[in-house]
Design a protein around this ligand. Sequence first.
Ligand code: AMP
Length: 418
Amino acid sequence: MTFNDFNFDDKLLDSLSAMGYTKPTPIQEQAIPMIMANKDLIACAQTGTGKTAAFLLPILNKLLKTEKRHLNTLIVVPTRELALQIDQQVEGLSYFLSVSSIAVYGGNDGTVWEQQKKALREGADIIIATPGRLIAQLQSGLMDFTHMQHLVLDEADRMLDMGFYEDIMQVISYIPKNVQKVMFSATMPPKIRTLANTILNNPETINIALSKPAEGILQQAYVVYDSQKVPLIQSLLTTGNFPSVVIFASTKDSVKILDRELQRVGIPTKAFHSDLDQSEREQILRGFKAKQIQVLIGTDIISRGIDVEGISLVINYDVPPDPEDYIHRIGRTARAETKGTAITFVNDKDQPKFFRIESLIGRDIDKMPVPESLGAVPLYEPEKKVEKKHFSKGGSGGSKTSSNYKGKNPNNRRRPAR
Ligand code: AMP
């Protein structure tokens, strides 16, 4: 299949070849015809699959044929970074078209607020917005949705995880009933199905299987005690050649603590979290992209959305709660078929979670020897730990299980002890 098969306008095809896209990705093959046919859609696809262009291309093509375009498309996203990134893709894909777009997000000064207000009042073609700021602008009463044709909710699962359910419903209350609604989500837990049933009208469904980690990623794990993690990072960064490193920690507070600890032992780092204001966040990302910052520490905010080339090492300071988040995190390295290393630190408590990840990707991840100077390490015995938890709770352990993982309870699987 090629992009010519969609009957796109020639100018859009020109933008595609200027962007270097030669053929549609699987999500694009499936979603583009459905969106062109004005169907509501719920699509399960992760970042990296080409999902953004999957909804932007048909929308841009329809925009070209639309006369009254005032506020034609609203794209609601969980984070400012994603809003900016989608806005950049709109710019790239509409290079030869005359389309206006604006990213609307908070955390900036009064001038930006006024600029956003003006663009919304005057009716940009495409608005990409985070829910909080959008509602603030909606309440100012200046937005006219009469000509709106498309609503896209991107990374819907992440928005619900961030507590935006009420905000999403409030946004929807402003949107005319007949607007075409499209939802993208990396995972498909029951709450996403419920949201889809509530807001979509007889939707089509697309499920793109979880993308496996790229071939070029060398995946390794170190089974350690918490106290060994900082010295191990020190050892890895001094003995290996890693010019560009991302370290993931699970919470904003652990990012800040780790940042302080690593700086204390002489590793220059920058912490990226939601307490920073927008200009600080952009400055850090620019420095990291320009390779002026070697080590960036962040939460899962940066596991989706940031598209930085040349990241040589990803370290999971702890095991992410959801196996799919693991794929997102390590997917920050080895982009565009380059090579990269992804290292996960597994403490006693995280062993069952790590076992689930190994089950999801269908293979064991190499457990690396910890330098002797760091002392004795725990044994990797995830099944024993799962069983203990299982018996003491008398239930399934209560851990978060992703939708793709249903029916693959590690408690029921036999694996040789390692
Ligand atoms: P996304 O999943 O939307 O975050 O896209 C991941 C990356 O793939 C982005 O850098 C896009 O520019 C790129 N991309 C999207 N569609 C295509 C395509 N058909 N061919 C090549 N690259 C693409």
